[in-house]
Design a protein around this ligand. Structure first.
Ligand code: FAD
Length: 282
């Protein structure tokens, strides 16, 4: 039997584009620390909601790639026209980028603005039509369902449509219920969707921020985790220790269950991700 950490698994890390040069310098240090200890297959860089900060994503991609790191920009269709997206995709091709995380994007307060594509499947189809097989296209998957989805069934059918439009693999929204992921994988198998679906992993480093974010994106924090985090709210060392334990155990069980890799939402920090990595390898 292959080891749960075998070489075929894809481990990747996500960053957001820093707002300042100081933040960028710090992020380059974080990337170096991850490179040295974990050797991620690629780093992904998020895209501002509603097409905002398009250039900031591009700038961060350029800086992160300076030392030959493999970088996958996120690109979302909300708030961008077809021409703006075409130009952005061409800029990535010029730079030698060959992997994109392709999304609809969160709808900003005040509405979606000018956009020619309403859903991620349309953007996937557009990228394929314009660039053939140049890009490895990742899309988002939601084992606990997207918060706007009409029904679980329709959410899955729309996920299927993204794959059928030309996506190569998927990264999930983070979750702490492994059964939700395993069920999602079963549904993919039943629907003959033969693409890797890599679990998105959110390390736990604070209580209130995690609760707020999870409420917004529809990720459930199980009661036994939430209650313990609440109790540790003023004891950050115990909170991080407990959170790291919980997330390491989740990662370990996911890999043993056949997950094709892990995608870490690093929040531009290396420490906790590397501690999970160390524990997984010990
Ligand atoms: P879609 O796949 O378009 O789905 C959105 C909703 O519409 C779902 O409820 C779905 O059921 C429904 N739907 C899908 N297709 C159709 C259709 N054809 N007709 C009708 N309904 C449909 N957000 C950012 O702003 N920037 C980022 O960089 C970013 N990175 C992310 C990375 C990952 C790995 C994940 C999981 C999420 C990320 N997000 C990001 C958040 C994401 O943009 C939001 O969850 C967004 O609300 C949905 O994007 P999507 O690509 O999943 O959209």
């Amino acid at each position: 039997m292959n080891s749960p950490m075998d070489d075929a698994k894809i481990f990747s890390c996500e960053f957001f584009p820093p707002q300042t040069e100081a933040g960028m310098e710090k992020l380059l240090i974080v990337r170096n620390e991850l490179d040295e200890n974990m050797h991620p297959a690629f780093y992904s860089v998020t895209f501002g909601a509603g097409g905002t900060n398009r250039d900031r994503t591009l700038d961060a991609v350029d800086r992160l790639r300076e030392d030959n790191a493999s970088v996958a920009p996120h690109i979302s269709c909300i708030g961008s026209t077809r021409d703006q997206l075409k130009e952005l995709i061409e800029r990535y091709i010029d730079r030698g980028v060959n992997r994109l995380v392709t999304l609809r994007g969160d709808i900003p307060e005040g509405g979606p603005g000018a956009n020619d594509f309403n859903h991620a499947n349309e953007l996937v189809a557009f990228i394929r039509e314009q660039t053939g097989d140049h890009f490895h296209i990742e899309v988002a998957a939601y084992p606990e369902y997207h918060p706007e989805s009409a029904t679980p069934e329709s959410d899955f059918q729309y996920f299927k449509r993204k794959i059928e439009s030309g996506a190569d693999s998927a990264i999930t929204q983070y979750f702490y219920n492994i059964d939700a992921y395993l069920r999602f994988i079963e549904n993919c198998q039943k629907a003959n969707l033969d693409v890797p679906v890599v679990p998105g992993i959110m390390p736990i480093t604070n209580y209130k921020g995690l609760v707020r974010f999870s409420d917004n994106c529809g990720a459930e924090i199980p009661r036994w985790i939430r209650k313990q985090l609440e109790a540790y709210e003023d004891d950050i060392d115990s909170l991080i220790d407990f959170g790291t334990d919980v997330v390491t155990s989740l990662c370990s069980r996911l890999l043993e269950s056949g997950a094709p890799g892990l995608h870490f939402y690093t929040l531009n920090q290396s420490q906790v991700t590397l501690e999970i990595w160390r524990r997984l390898n010990s």
